[in-house]
Every structure is written in structure tokens, then in C-alpha cells.
Design a protein around this ligand. Sequence first.
Ligand code: BGC
Ligand code: CA
Length: 294
Amino acid sequence: MSKVRIEVVHDLSMSLGESPVWSVARRTLYWVDINRGAIYAWRPQDGGAPTRTELGEQVGCIALEDTGLVAAAASGILRLPENGEAERLADNPEWQKGRGNRFNDGRCDSAGRLWVGTIDADETSPTAALYRLDEEELTPCLTDIAISNGLAFSPDGRWLYHTDSLSRRILRYPFDLASGTLGEGRTWVDLDALELPGVPDGAAVDSEGCYWSALYDGGRIVRFSPDGDLMAEYEVPCPHPTMVAFGGADLRTLYITTATQHLDAEGKRRWPLAGSLFSLPAPVAGLRESVCRA
Ligand code: BGC
Ligand code: CA
């Protein structure tokens, strides 16, 4: 386990902190608390507390737009301009009358399409899917998933990484950036074979093409080489890290969101920092996050 010092950036006791995204243009880190339907924004150079906006429904993930954000709320995908009214881009086909599978993890590819998956309402059965949004059209690309997570792209755009968390495997799909289509997926990392704990949750790829994965219920962040070899492990002071993002002026700060959900009273006593936003100095720079053009 690497000995790098992990710091608490904001102690927020989030229920399900998720989807950290750094905007290079705005020098701002955004993230969400899925269960509380909140979107946070924070500029490290300004110091102080983050701003917090409530959406009125759960929000699985966010992505950058030129002048604001796109949010995959439980019921559908919204464009949230910095100044102006929210606009609905697409409905969630797995959501009806306030029930169903909410949206979960997602991000944009470098052509500006939003990729976003859903999560089975009970987090047990393969009723969810991974969708691609282009020109306000939502297309299912992978189906029979229980918990869609870990979506990321290789720096050259040739591979799409994805995990159905419950399988404890991360798959890699040949990706055609021009058409936005996927080839046949293969298991790329198997947590069983590596004897790693927890399940693979959110991820980010660095400038060397290595994949950083938050092991939910594994209390650590792991870095895999492009060949799928385990390169480093970073312990987090709570069992449920959810996702990572590279940010800061040089993209060399790794931000980590975490959750208090799934901790009982004893767990919350034992892990008082659970639900915080953390950071650690990364040994390499990350990639600039792609902007949505949906
Ligand atoms: C989901 C959580 C889930 C976790 C671990 C997250 O992406 O939002 O609800 O418990 O993954 O699978
Ligand atoms: Ca996730």
C-alpha cells in the first residue's frame, strides 16, 4: 500500500458522494451527493466552502458543458446552463412515476457524446443498461447490467472501460470514436484473480493511460497499467470510496469522493471521515475531462 498522505478537503458526511469532475476552463471541481440530489462546486484557489445546489431528485453523475453542466438525474438528463433555465435533454427509459432504475455513473467521450448507465433499483438484478446520448437520442449500448460503473476512455480513444460492479470485473471494449460504437468486450481486470477487496466503482484515466479505480467496500484506490496490471494501492480512511478525478492547476491532484451509506452506527463511529471529499498528490497528471456537446 502506497504511503502517500491523503487529506480531507471537505468533511461533508455525504450519503453517496460521487462523480467528481474538474473543469480546466473554470478551475472548478464539481461533484454530487447522489442520494441527496445535490451538486457541489468548489474553486480550490478561492478557498472556503463549496457551493451546494439541490436538484429535487437523485443525481447519478454530472458532466461538463461549455457554459454549465449536464446532470443525469434519476428521471432524465438535464442541461444546467450556468445562467438560465434547466433544459430536459432525454427521459430515463427505466424510470416511471418516481420509481425504477435511476441513472448512475457516466462521462463524455472526446467527441462530446454523453455515456451514462443505470443501476438496478435493488442493486441486485441485471435490469440496468449503459446508454449513449447523441443529439438528444438515448441508445442502449450494453444491457443486462446490475450496477453500471467505472466508465472511462483510453487517452487515444481506442478503448472504453466499464464495469458491472457486482461482477467484480472491469471490461474493456474496442471503441470507434467516429461512430461511437463498441466492439466485443473482454475482461481486463478481475478483482478475484488479484485478491482485491470490494467492488470496482468510479474511475479516471491518467496521462500515461493508467486506470484509477475506487474500490467500494474495499477502502482503497487502485491504479492499473494499460495491460491491466496492478501498479499501486492507496488506502482511504473509510470503506466506501466511490470515484476519483484529477484536478488542480497541473491536473496532479487526485480528488476522491466517498459515501456514508452502507455504514451502520458502529461503522460511522469507526470511520468519522466517511462521506468526505479527499485528495492526494498524484504521481502523474490526469487527462482533461471532455466536454459534452449533446
Ligand atoms: C452506486 C451505489 C453503489 C456503489 C457500489 C455506486 O456507483 O451509486 O449505489 O452502492 O456504486 O456498487
Ligand atoms: Ca459510481
